[in-house]
Design a binder for this molecule. Structure first.
Ligand code: ATP
Length: 454
């Protein structure tokens, strides 16, 4: 059951150490957030799940990790310098600034109907490179991870001998100087993307586009965002990005409204064509301007005919931060218990949970129990299943509730019976709250079963 409001999520995220406003002690910096102790674990788990599904579980995708600072020519030829803009209006009365496409004819701050004509505003951050700060040597902070994939196309093909259909996957930061960052981590100025550029033969692009749409819907479902919470918006022709032939947006019901979680675009042969020299010889479908800066032809040569062919690109592009917000929202539940009390529980899929298991000693000042609990923590940690937390709390009930709230799938309690009796521990399940005695020897298989992905 999703949260009732964004405030509920923001408050949980701050209180329990998932997400903090960035530069908080200096009043914050708008549109920037820092991920705390549990946020970084959740984010890493989400990215690892994507990498497993997109790279390791497949035989047709390679990975990449390109630089964030990007050569100006890359973003010139990609079209970003010219077209990566939002229309901006200023309120002449209160001097506030807005995206023209997000407001009506009145200023949302003061209500005045005194707005300037919209002007294009480029969303890319640029920064000086090298010792001279006169604006002559600058680079952009990449606004999407995709371009690093296109510019490495030839390197990857040469290194791996791949032929279409195949893909290159990348996870990493992207930067956009959003005019109105808002809705918590939904729209920020620094965020992370998980992008796949999948190269296919022209003519096979539409079938692959639909295949990727289904694959991505299934993947989100496995992360705890069910099909019923998502809708597919087929972007109308007049709203498509300059490079796209068709785009499916996966729309999720966020607490603030239904908005894009992931975009799956058919980018045609635009990008590889635009970054190629002598593009006129390549029989492109897309319209690109002549590129005299590039030293490469980003195409595949047919060994039989000698002809060059530029593959089409299908791009599933997902936001890590927007994903995390959707996942927390879906997992969030305020549950009424039979005894009349209430608990907050985060029903995260176990493979995403920041802490896989907490080990609690019944008495925190009992040497034998503490030593045993620490030994169990080390043993479970050694399984490589993720973070196991030794919880030095002393109050078992409170420990359980705290771990419910952050989504820890199980708590392992060491008590007197463990030491004096049968070497068993109490394992308490987050979702059912059921408690069972499990022999220490059997903890490993118990955990592997409970944490299995899917
Ligand atoms: P929007 O229309 O909401 O600005 P977009 O269509 O510009 O998004 P894309 O360029 O398709 O977004 O980027 C791919 C993905 O990157 C998005 O689906 C989203 O998950 C993520 N993303 C884009 N901009 C932001 C942002 N400012 N903050 C957080 N995530 C973002």
């Amino acid at each position: 059951m999703p949260a009732k409001s964004m405030d509920e999520l923001v408050s949980l995220c701050k209180r329990r150490g998932f997400v903090f406003p960035s530069s908080d002690i200096y009043g914050g910096l708008q549109g920037l957030y820092d991920y705390g102790p549990l946020g970084v674990e959740l984010k890493n788990n989400l990215k690892a799940a994507w990498w497993r599904a997109m790279v390791h579980d497949r035989d047709d995708v390679e990975g990449l990790d390109a630089a964030l600072l990007t050569h100006r020519q890359v973003l010139r030829h990609s079209g970003h310098e010219q077209t990566f803009t939002d229309p901006l209006v200023d309120c002449r009365q209160c001097k506030s600034r807005w995206r023209a496409d997000q407001i009506g004819d009145a200023c949302p701050a003061c209500g005045a109907k005194d707005l300037t004509e919209p002007r294009p505003f480029n969303l890319m951050f640029r920064t000086n490179v090298g010792p001279v700060d006169d604006g002559s040597a600058f680079a952009y902070l990449r606004p999407e991870t995709a371009q690093g994939i296109f510019t490495n196309f030839k390197n990857v093909v040469d290194a791996t001998a791949r032929r279409p259909p195949f893909g290159i996957a990348q996870i990493g930061k992207a930067f956009r100087n959003e005019i109105t960052p808002r809705n918590f981590v939904f729209r920020t100025r620094e965020f992370e993307q998980m992008e796949l550029e999948f190269f296919v033969a022209p003519g096979e692009d539409e079938a692959w586009h639909r295949r990727w749409l289904e694959a991505r819907l299934d993947w989100w479902e496995a992360q705890g965002v069910p099909r019923s919470a998502l809708s597919v918006y087929e972007v109308p022709a007049d709203e498509l990005a300059h490079y796209a032939k068709a785009t499916f947006d996966l729309m999720y019901r966020y607490p603030h409204g239904v908005e894009e979680l992931e975009g799956i675009a058919n980018r045609t042969d635009f990008d590889l064509g635009a970054h190629s020299k002598n593009a006129a010889d390549l029989n492109l479908t897309a319209e690109v301007t002549e590129n005299t800066e590039s030293t490469a032809r980003l195409a595949i040569q047919d060994t039989a005919t000698g002809e060059w062919r530029v593959p089409f690109v299908i791009e599933p592009s997902a936001g890590v931060d927007r994903g995390l917000l959707a996942i927390i929202n879906e997992a969030f539940e305020q549950e009424q218990l039979p005894n009349g009390s209430q608990r907050t529980v985060l029903r995260l899929k176990p493979h995403l949970a920041p802490i896989k298991a907490a080990v609690l000693p019944l008495k925190r000042n009992h040497e034998g129990i503490v030593a045993k609990a620490r030994a169990i923590k080390r043993q479970l940690q050694g399984l490589g299943l993720g973070r196991i937390l030794y919880e030095h709390t002393g109050n078992i009930g409170k420990g359980y509730r705290r771990h419910d709230e952050v989504g820890t799938p199980m708590c392992v309690t060491v008590d007197f019976q463990t030491l004096e009796g049968d070497d068993t521990v109490t394992v308490r399940d987050r979702d059912s709250m059921a408690q069972v005695r499990v022999p220490v020897q059997a903890l490993e298989s118990h955990m592997r079963g409970a944490l299995a992905e899917g």
